[in-house]
Design a protein around this ligand. Structure first.
Ligand code: HEM
Length: 220
């Protein structure tokens, strides 16, 4: 990313996707996700998931905003993606009047890593940004539709999956990947960012694992 380092022909976006393929599959296969998509998680279970996401996105969006002058962070930062307000709207639906904070070691560890990654090298935030928002704009769209059907929501309570300012997710994702690729990262920088993508997937996995331990209480 600096003129002092040689650039590489590798595309950062491709390295991030290829480098996290196994982790993505593991996330898809997590018991909590599978049960949720099969319609076997109740309102409390989904609310508990949203509460964890709320904490994670609050920290993600705060750290990204704080580092938006960094060229790598600037390449992806976009207020149209921000999810905290949507999560609050959804929590009003799934847990009306309930708390907005949650006791969650997995969410806390995720938030702590976001802060530490930003302090270590702000470009590492790109890995976290990619893992959540490109996921939300991809498989997340299907998850929203399944929830809508399963709980017969009529489009309510799923604001999290609705990016009102992004009309065409596919085109948006193409532009996002192009901006990553234009950063001119070196092979060494790419390796660090890909490692952080894997870390981000693992942190998500830990959130699913935590929820998975409570599936009996969430049975629907
Ligand atoms: C059952 C759960 C999931 C399903 C069915 C799913 C499905 C998909 C699909 C079909 C794509 C490809 C979309 C495309 O080609 O544009 C995708 C991309 C992606 N997903 Fe997932 N996903 C799931 C869970 C997750 C989770 C938990 C995360 C991370 C927290 C995640 C992160 C991503 C990312 C970052 C991409 C973009 C890959 C890229 O193009 O570089 N996904 N997902």
């Amino acid at each position: 990313m600096t003129a002092l380092h040689p650039t590489t022909d590798l595309r950062l976006s491709a390295a991030m996707r290829e480098g996290s393929r196994a982790e993505h599959q593991a996330a898809e296969d997590s018991t909590f996700m599978a049960e949720l998509l099969a319609g076997r998680v109740n309102q409390q279970g989904y609310a508990d998931y949203l509460l964890r996401l709320r904490g994670v996105y609050a920290t993600l969006e705060e750290t990204v905003r704080a580092h938006r002058a960094d060229p790598a962070v600037a390449a992806v930062h976009d207020t149209a993606l921000e999810r905290v307000d949507a999560l609050d709207d959804d929590l009003d639906h799934w847990a009306p009047g309930g708390p907005r904070a949650v006791d969650s070691p997995a969410a806390d560890a995720y938030r702590q890593r976001l802060v530490a990654a930003a302090a270590e090298w702000p470009a590492l935030l790109v890995a976290h940004h990619y893992t959540r928002y490109l996921g939300d704009l991809s498989g997340g769209q299907a998850i929203g539709r399944v929830l809508d059907r399963t709980f017969d929501l009529g489009g309510t309570g799923i604001a999290f999956y609705d990016f009102a300012q992004i009309a065409k997710p596919k085109i948006y994702k193409d532009g996002y990947r192009a901006r990553l690729d234009e950063l001119g990262t070196t092979a060494g920088e790419q390796a660090r960012i890909v490692d952080e993508v894997r870390m981000a997937f693992r942190l998500n996995q830990e959130v699913f694992a935590e929820l998975g331990e409570r599936l009996e209480a969430y049975a629907r």
